[in-house]
Design a protein around this ligand. Structure first.
Ligand code: 4AD
Ligand code: MG
Length: 460
């Protein structure tokens, strides 16, 4: 007998003579002569109803089964007489694999997200987190499909690197040197004795590698974990997150913005098509406006405006912000959210940011003040994508790196790409957890990643 996933059984058009189900008990309800058992196997939100008759040889044990216990059931798939479900399974056999005692923390009541974070190893067993992590899986697939359908090649960029792509210095050091007994040279740590013979850290972005491959394979992307030792205690930052980074040769800022808009719309439409049952849970319990937000994103043209105009709108808004805004200052989350939520009421793309607030690799505009950067901002989250056209001119790039104090010899290979067959090219980084926040309405980034890593927290 072949094991069936509950998601398949519930979609069945016809009854089945033999089914084998492996899962965990959600609830048990006893009636005269039999018990109704709701079993879930994680394949979908819904449970399947098992009917266990008192004639089963182990019925005495079945009638004591508690929430969380693991079972294997064989029986038939038949139309249910009861209201509320189409199918049910009268069991021929209920094998009790293991029990969960009353101390099982997930009893049948709603738990707060804060509590569930303290049992992150058990929370995927709840309806809400099961749904969130199924959506996470679906969207991972959709990302690969999106790029593959468009001829992009998938590149595995290194996790351990010597470069600081963003230049923000938010690096996690990787070392095998003894921290207690650090070898020193001239009073400083001597990394020449370290594993790689030099300083190394976890990557903050796969971009620099992606650029090298774009200049060989044309259109490429990376999709992997990235790490930032930012000490931000916000609901939108984690220290370890996943980033999707396309990079396109022969592509300028406009082409880059087109792709950014296309991928957000595609992923939104994909999840509305493929995961509607899980999404409806979020629309019901987490964010009542979720469906209209998602439909708005999938169907509206994103507003595109230069940073300068964004600053003007903010200054004219008459709104009191915690942080002042003026040309040359970075937009804060409150500014970003005002623009996308209240002013435009849809996703927006801000481009041409001042060069002093952006990394070295962004292409300098003719005004010598701004760079060809672009950020995509969406309602409820703010920045979801950050990207740019890259500086492809060797002399301009070297000048900028010099002005920013970057060690040129560490980036010799990066500069080589501008020496040999350099072309205009562009790319961006899409924060995968921010995308999940957008599509689920979950407001804390800690709740869309299996085991969040944040300052002072590395449990699980
Ligand atoms: O804007 P960022 O820093 O851009 C880059 O790293 C570029 N090198 C990407 C590129 O052009 N290839 O980060 C990109 C996105 C942000 O827009 C945000 O969605 C997400 O990554 N992000 C974070 N998500 C969660 N926690 C953090 N600490 C994040 N920092 C950035
Ligand atoms: Mg950014």
């Amino acid at each position: 007998m072949k094991r069936a996933k509950i998601v398949q059984l519930l979609k069945s058009e016809t009854p089945m003579d033999e089914v084998l189900i492996k899962g965990w008990i959600r609830t048990r309800r006893d009636s005269k002569g039999f018990s109704f058992i709701e079993v879930n196997d994680g394949s979908c939100l819904k449970n399947i109803q098992i009917v266990a008759d008192s004639s089963l040889s182990n019925y005495a044990d079945i009638a004591r089964l508690s929430t969380g216990s693991a079972v294997i059931i064989s029986g038939k798939l038949v139309e249910s007489m009861g209201a509320g479900q189409k199918w049910e399974v009268p069991a021929d056999r209920v094998e009790i694999v293991s029990l969960a005692p009353d101390s099982y923390p997930l009893q049948k009541k709603r738990h707060t997200d804060e509590f569930l974070r303290t049992i992150a190893h058990l929370r995927p067993r709840t309806n809400k987190y099961g749904a969130a992590f199924r959506i996470r899986s679906e969207l991972s697939y959709a990302i690969h499909k999106f790029f593959r359908d468009r001829g992009f090649k998938y590149i595995h960029s290194p996790i351990i690197t010597g470069a600081d792509c963003e230049g923000a210095g938010e690096l996690f050091r990787v070392t095998t040197l003894s921290l207690e007994n650090m070898p020193k040279k001239d009073g400083m740590a001597d990394y020449s004795q370290d594993f790689f013979g030099t300083e190394a850290n976890l990557t903050v972005s796969g971009q620099l590698s992606a650029e090298m491959f774009a200049l060989a394979l044309g259109d490429v992307y990376t999709f992997g974990p990235t790490f930032r030792a930012e000490n931000s205690h916000t609901s939108r930052h984690v220290a370890e997150f996943w980033m999707v980074e396309p990079e396109m040769a022969f592509c300028n800022l406009e082409g880059n913005m087109d792709l950014a808009e296309e991928i957000i719309k595609y992923l939104t439409a994909f999840i509305l098509d493929e995961s509607i049952e899980d999404l409806e849970l979020f629309a019901k319990f987490v964010d009542k406006s979720l469906m209209s937000t998602l439909e708005n994103i999938a169907s509206s043209d994103f507003e595109r405006l230069p940073y300068k105009s964004a600053v003007e709108i903010l200054n004219k808004s008459g709104k009191k912000f915690e942080y002042d805004i003026a040309f040359g200052k970075d937009l804060q989350a409150e500014h970003e959210r005002y623009l996308t939520e209240q002013h435009f009421k849809k996703p927006i793309i801000i481009f041409d940011y001042p060069k002093n607030i952006k990394p070295f690799y962004m292409r300098l505009n003719d005004d010598d003040k701004t760079v060809a950067a672009m950020d995509v901002l969406v309602p409820k989250i703010g920045e979801i994508i950050g990207g740019s056209q890259r500086e492809e001119r060797l002399d301009v790039l070297e000048k900028r790196m010099g002005a920013m104090g970057l060690p040129k010899n560490n980036y010799w290979w990066y500069l080589d790409s501008r020496r040999f067959g350099t072309v205009e090219h562009s790319g961006f980084g899409l924060g995968f957890e921010r995308l999940l926040m957008l599509v689920t309405g979950i407001s804390n980034i800690r709740d869309v990643i299996p085991f969040p890593r944040t300052p002072d927290s590395i449990e699980f």
